[in-house]
Design a protein around this ligand. Sequence first.
Ligand code: ZN
Length: 174
Amino acid sequence: MSLRPILVYGDPRLEAPNDPVEDFGDRLQSLVAELFESARRAPGLGLAAPQIGVNLRLAVIDLSVGREEGAGIVLANPTVVRSQGRQQLEEGCLSFPGLFTTIARPTALTVRAQDEGGRWRELAADGLLAQAVCHEIDHLDGVLLVHHLRGVKRQLFLRRVSRMRKLGVWAATP
Ligand SMILES: [Zn+2]
């Protein structure tokens, strides 16, 4: 499978609007397979379509990173229907390779989304899964880690971003 590169922060496609998934045909099936494979190889717990330059409301999560059969979750057109609690969690993102920061996330939530066949599902999530779901839905709204940070914390994070760029750790993607 040929995989598109994972875009890093600064690429406008990460912040562009994402269209709803309407066609659940073959092209979507290959896209879902590519997202799971890219996440597994990265490795990461999830990946959103805009991160590979496809501006659709589609993301995948696999907390087992490919080790467990059937552990993958497809979120097409997801919306959070309920959320509760608030916890500060350390979080990273494949579009900010090597960087982590602490942000507030709900402790539990229920999300409504379509699976790869277009069937609507409701998923109750807490802990790491709730965090991953929020993170991926953020991507579909063009919201990135840095957008959660304010003031000095944001400045320090952006300084670390430019250091990574200067070191050449972040490859430019065509
Ligand atoms: Zn991310």
